[in-house]
Design a protein around this ligand. Structure first.
Ligand code: AMP
Length: 428
């Protein structure tokens, strides 16, 4: 047998898996809510290719970041270096430039849904292929109202999915004005503690000192908590931006914690950085990560443009869903039709077709099984209702609809049948 590649998952109909983040019904819910909530805030979808020129990520993501080191990169037959995207912000900004979207006045608000690829060490909530949903706001403005509204949208999204027990962490990581001086100071402080830090901290000290703050190794934590924060070194415009952003969150009644050592993994971030963490997720507890990236467009050869966005892992969002948001039968048919005899078989096919045209999800036995076996299949599919068609039903035009969970039966005309089932149908 040929098995799937390590660190990848098959997302399956719920009845084939108990792993919550591998159930398609949950994925649909998370995706559908995103489309709906983001639409309300004026975002539209963009779909970019999964494969891009490696150069895009080298310039955009930076060569000394974890994400870059984890990329799946290969030379195409003509020698061109291409990579499976490890994230989508650089792709979205590339498309923004390539299609001249920057020529339009006002903000461009985009969202994407799709797989990303990083060759990380797999563990719970961490895969080599994982789904991400993200948004990007691009344009000439860096008004903190953009940040505040995007976070309000996330708040609304979490409510829609009834996910509670999350924490919003915010920080400002400064800009090209104030960050260099901070990094110098940070480096000095790290240097003093270097012998006590882990191998990865030592390496980051050389290549990307800001990222030392991101280390999750337990034995490093006491030393990291002594490192200076950027907060008191922010330049005046960065400080004013951060203050205004916080005020706008306060105005919206959105709770947050300022996390002065929060940094983002990629090189292109400036000013606002934020994360939303979930309490139920264990070690990989960051659900959403985002921030401002005002220099990215120019870094990849475009005009100057400002940007703010976030991405969340679909698996982690799916794992955070409370049972109350999910109908366990969300991906099961509403009705299963079984029949007795040839006339009833024909009648059932026609009835199923009319029901489907009225919007009801109906499965009819196609295998010519005996009634008992057919009903066992209905059970297995987790169909909500079953209906048995025999001579009486054909003659009377009345059907007995059986609730598979309670065993209750209702006698209904076709018209009532449609109305009842339509009401119960779960639309994905
Ligand atoms: P990042 O693009 O690294 O800022 O990640 C944004 C979000 O994507 C994280 O908060 C996670 O929810 C998710 N994510 C990142 N890497 C992985 C991974 N390897 N497997 C699953 N989810 C991931």
């Amino acid at each position: 047998m040929i098995s799937k590649v390590r660190g990848t998952q098959d997302i399956l109909p719920s009845r084939f898996t108990d792993k919550t983040d591998a159930q398609i019904g949950r994925w649909h819910l998370v995706e559908r809510a995103a489309r709906e909530v983001f639409r309300r805030y004026g975002f539209t979808e963009i779909r970019t290719p999964i494969i891009e020129r490696t150069e895009l990520f080298e310039r955009g993501v930076g060569t000394e970041t974890d994400v870059n080191k984890e990329m799946y990169t290969f030379a195409d037959r003509d020698g061109e270096r291409v990579s499976l995207r490890p994230e989508s912000t650089a792709s979205v900004v590339r498309a923004y430039i390539e299609h001249g979207m920057f020529n339009q006045p006002g903000l461009t608000k985009l969202y994407y849904i799709g797989p990303q690829f990083r060759r990380e060490r797999p563990q719970k909530g961490r895969y080599r292929q994982f789904g991400q949903i993200g948004v990007e706001v691009l344009g000439q403005s860096d008004n903190p109202a953009i940040e505040a509204e995007v976070i309000e949208m996330l708040d609304s999204y979490f409510r829609e999915l009834r996910i509670i027990d999350t924490e919003l962490l915010i920080n400002s990581i400064g800009d090209g004005n104030c960050r260099p001086a901070y990094i110098e100071r940070l480096k000095e402080a790290i240097k003093e503690r270097l012998p006590n830090l882990c191998g990865s901290c030592k390496q980051r000290y050389e290549t990307n000192p800001l990222r030392v703050l991101d280390c999750k190794v337990e034995s490093c934590q006491p030393y990291l908590s002594e490192l200076p924060t950027i907060t008191e070194m922010l330049c005046e415009p960065c400080r004013a931006h951060f203050d205004e952003f916080r005020q706008m969150l306060d105005d919206r009644g959105i709770k947050y914690t300022v996390a002065p050592r929060l940094v983002r993994g990629l090189d292109y971030y400036t000013r606002t950085a934020f994360e939303i963490t979930g309490k139920q997720l264990g070690a990989q507890n960051t659900i959403v990560g985002g921030g401002r990236y005002d220099g990215l467009s120019e870094m990849i050869g475009g005009p100057s443009a400002k940007g703010f966005g976030f991405a969340f892992g679909i698996e982690r969002m799916v794992m955070s869903l409370p049972d109350s948001s999910i109908d366990p039968r969300a991906d099961a048919p509403t009705l299963f039709i079984a029949y007795i005899g040839d006339d009833a078989r024909k009648h059932s096919f026609a009835l199923a077709r009319r029901l489907r045209e009225s919007g009801v999800s109906a499965v009819v036995d196609l295998e010519g099984r005996k009634l008992k076996k057919a009903l066992a299949i209905a059970n297995n599919l987790a169909a909500r209702y079953a209906l048995i068609v025999g001579e009486d039903e054909i003659k009377s035009g009345n059907y007995s609809l059986r609730d598979m969970a309670s065993g209750e039966q209702q006698n209904l005309s076709e018209q009532h049948l449609i109305a009842t089932l339509r009401d119960k149908d779960v639309v994905l």
